[in-house]
Design a protein around this ligand. Structure first.
Ligand code: ATP
Ligand code: MG
Length: 395
C-alpha cells in the first residue's frame, strides 16, 4: 500500500536543453518546491531519470498540490501514480488495485495496458508487459474487458530500475521554461486584458517579472489601481512575488496637453511611459521592457505609431501579443484567470486626455519636434522620484 501520493512530473522542453539539462532540471525542481511551500513538510521533490517525482503525505490535499505544480513554468504534464516494486507479480497486484478503484469511482468498463521498460535489465520486454499485466487485471477485475482501440482507461506501466509506476491520466502543464532561466523584464501593466497576458507569456519563457503601472491620480481613482493590484496578484500566482512601481503620469500629461498638438497626445504620453519604464527597469536590473501592444489594435499601435514609441528608448521592447487576434488574447486571459478582473470597468490614465481624432500615422521628426519644447529629462526624473513601490504577493 502506498503511504504517500506520488506525482510524476514531466519536464517538456527542459529535456531538450542538452548540456544545460541538469541546470534546467534543478531550476524546475526548485520552482516546484517553491510553489509547494505552503503545504509545509510532508512533501518531497526529487529528480530522477529525467523526471521529477513529488511525494506528498496522504493527508495533504493532492488536488491542490497538482494545481500548484501545474502552474510551474517548465512543467509539461503531471500524472498521479502508484508505485510497486519492479517485480512482475507485484506490479500485477498493484495494477488490479488501481483498476478496482477506477471501476468503483468512475464505472470504468474497458482498458488497455501500455507497458514501458526504461530499465533494460527487467526480464519482461515492453510489449510483453502489456500482455502480462493485462491478463492479471482481467483475472482480478472480472467486470473489465480489453479494448485496444478506444479503452475507457489507458493504463501506463512504467518500469524503472527499482520501482514501477502505474498511472492513467495526464494533466497538462503550460510548458515553457523555469522562471529565472531568462533574465528579468519590466512589464508596463495596465488594468486591461492585454498586459497581464503579455507578462504571463514572457514569464512562461523563464523571465522574471517586475511591473510599472501609471495612473493619473486624482483623475484615476485608488480603486482603479486596486484592480491592477488584483491582476498583478494573479500574475504573481504563476511567477512569484514581484515589485510594482506606481507612477503618477498626470504632471507629464498636463504638460503635453498644454504644449503639444492635440491629436498627438496619446503618442507623446506613450513615449514618456516607455522612457520612465526604461529608467526604472535599469535601476532594478531588468534588461527588457514588456508591453501588451498589439499591431493595429488602437491608433497608438499602428505600425507607424509603434516605430515612434520604440524610438523613445534604447532597451529592447518585447511585445509578445503583437501578432495575436484579440479573441485569442481573450481566450488566453480566460485560461490564466485574469479575464474577469480585467473587464471590470475602471478608468485608465490613457483615457484621461484622449484626443478626439488621434493620429494614426505619426511622423517621428514631427513628434520629436513637438516634444522638444518639454523638459523631457526633468519630467522623467521627477516622475521616477515620486513613484511608490508596492510588493505584490501571489493571490
Ligand atoms: P491592455 O492592453 O492591457 O488591455 P489597454 O488596452 O487599456 O490595456 P492599451 O492602450 O492597449 O492598453 O496600451 C498598450 C500597452 O501599454 C498595454 O498593454 C500596457 O503594456 C501599456 N499600458 C497602457 N496603459 C498603461 C498603464 N496605465 N500603466 C502601465 N502600462 C500601461
Ligand atoms: Mg491593449
Amino acid at each position: 500500500m502506498n503511504e504517500q501520493n506520488i506525482l510524476i512530473v514531466r519536464c517538456g522542453e527542459v529535456a531538450l536543453k542538452g548540456m544545460n539539462k541538469p541546470y534546467f532540471e534543478k531550476m524546475l525542481a526548485d520552482r516546484i518546491k517553491g510553489n509547494l511551500k505552503e503545504f509545509g513538510g510532508g512533501i518531497s521533490v526529487k529528480r530522477q531519470e529525467g523526471l521529477i517525482f513529488v511525494r506528498a503525505d496522504k493527508e495533504l490535499d493532492i488536488k491542490a498540490i497538482i494545481k500548484q505544480v501545474s502552474k510551474v513554468f517548465g512543467v509539461a504534464s503531471i500524472s498521479q501514480a502508484v508505485e510497486a516494486p519492479s517485480d512482475i507479480e507485484a506490479i500485477g497486484e498493484e495494477a488490479v488495485k488501481y483498476m478496482m478503484n477506477l471501476i468503483e469511482e468512475k464505472g470504468v468498463q474497458t482498458f488497455k495496458v501500455e507497458g514501458k521498460r526504461a530499465d533494460k535489465t527487467f526480464p519482461v520486454k515492453s510489449p510483453e508487459i502489456g500482455r502480462v499485466i493485462g491478463a492479471a487485471v482481467l483475472k482480478g477485475c472480472k467486470v473489465l474487458k480489453v479494448n485496444v482501440h478506444e479503452p475507457d482507461v489507458l493504463l501506463h506501466v512504467d518500469v524503472r530500475s527499482d520501482r514501477t509506476y502505474i498511472y492513467d491520466a495526464k494533466i497538462q502543464g503550460f510548458g515553457g521554461l523555469p522562471l529565472g532561466t531568462n533574465g528579468k523584464g519590466m512589464v508596463l501593466l495596465s488594468g486591461g486584458i492585454d498586459s497581464p497576458v503579455a507578462a504571463w507569456m514572457m514569464a512562461k519563457r523563464g523571465m522574471l517579472i517586475e511591473a510599472v503601472h501609471f495612473h493619473s491620480y486624482p483623475y484615476t481613482s485608488p480603486r482603479a489601481q486596486e484592480k491592477v493590484e488584483d491582476l498583478a496578484r494573479i500574475v504573481a500566482s504563476y511567477c512569484g512575488r514581484f515589485k510594482m512601481h506606481c507612477v503618477n503620469l498626470l504632471p507629464i500629461q498636463e504638460q503635453i496637453v498644454q504644449n503639444c498638438p492635440e491629436e498627438e497626445t496619446t503618442i507623446h504620453v506613450r513615449m514618456f511611459m516607455m522612457r520612465i519604464a526604461e529608467r526604472i527597469a535599469r535601476d532594478n536590473g531588468c534588461m527588457m521592457l514588456i508591453t501588451g501592444e498589439n499591431l493595429g489594435q488602437v491608433a497608438s499601435q499602428t505600425a507607424e505609431a509603434l516605430v515612434v514609441t520604440d524610438s523613445a528608448v534604447s532597451m529592447p521592447v518585447m511585445r509578445p501579443l503583437i501578432a495575436m487576434d484579440k479573441t485569442d488574447i481573450m481566450d488566453k486571459a480566460q485560461e490564466i484567470g485574469t479575464f474577469e478582473t480585467s473587464i471590470q470597468p475602471y478608468e485608465d490614465c490613457c483615457t484621461v486626455f484622449l484626443p478626439k481624432h488621434p493620429t494614426t500615422k505619426p511622423k517621428l521628426e514631427k513628434i520629436l519636434e513637438a516634444e522638444s519644447v518639454l523638459d523631457i529629462e526633468g519630467l522623467v526624473e521627477a516622475a521616477v522620484k515620486a513613484k511608490e513601490v508596492i510588493n505584490i504577493f501571489p493571490e
